[in-house]
Write a protein that binds this ligand. Sequence first.
Ligand code: PBE
Length: 305
Amino acid sequence: MKSLKKKLGITAILSFTLLLAACGSSEEGSNGSGQETASDSLGEALDYTITGIEPGAGITQLTLNTLEEYENLEGWTLLESSTAGMIGALDQAIKNEEPIIVTGWNPHWKFSAYDLKYLEDPKGTLGGAEDINTITRKGLEEDMPEAYTILDRFYWEPEDMEAVMYAAQEIPFEEAAQNWIDENADKVSEWTEGVEKVDGVDIELVITPWDTERASGQVMKIVLEQQGYNVTLTPVDPAIMFQAIATAEGDASVAPWLPNTHGSFYEKYKEDIVDLGPNLTGTKTGLVVPAYMDIDSIEDLMPKK
Ligand code: PBE
């Protein structure tokens, strides 16, 4: 798919070369102690490696916890790289019909580009099904009641977010968000109805750097600009995002994935932020594999020999 190719920049190609180099060739055969199962050879084929994304992502920490919690994942490692690197490796594995296990989430276009499935997570150490919440700094309600009201009302569906994300594969996020707002004036007016306009008040939105939040962040930026605000949108790692809101360096965020993916940051800062609840429900994070792989659960994986 053309748009996919566009997304794979130099980083993806580089990471991907490294991944291939790291993988080596895997031999089918005896393990020396008798029978070798399909699961054993899967581990060998993958070099006992899960292909991950950015070190600062919530899902990276959850996956490291997962490697600790499941005894059968003894000897497995997480290869941290970038979202583009993960997608490059996934794309290449699927082209070659090879196995791969990635840290994945939705909404994400990889689920419409490829036939993928989540591995069952009986211990529940990965995110599972969760929400994206809106948080603000303390005092925002008093200082900027108009923005606070809009942020508090902001709620949309996964299909809305996906519409912006998918459009943004071909056009800039700003444009994709503006088009969505133009086409969904009724939804937007539910958030802004009766709210007074302001005259050039500065507000700082803090988001994370993934497409899901680039979509929601851009939409909220434009909605607040139409209301008269000067909006800055700053993408940072999840840990910094929570810290920025807790220390009032930033005013609000529409990006926390809760209760699990960003749960540890939330616990750390919950006394110092205001949680306005979900702006979207129905996200998911977990380990993701191509549907052709003959494995359904994390527990099907075998420890390294
Ligand atoms: N994600 C997408 C992020 C949140 C949004 C799942 C890659 C994370 O793991 O922090």
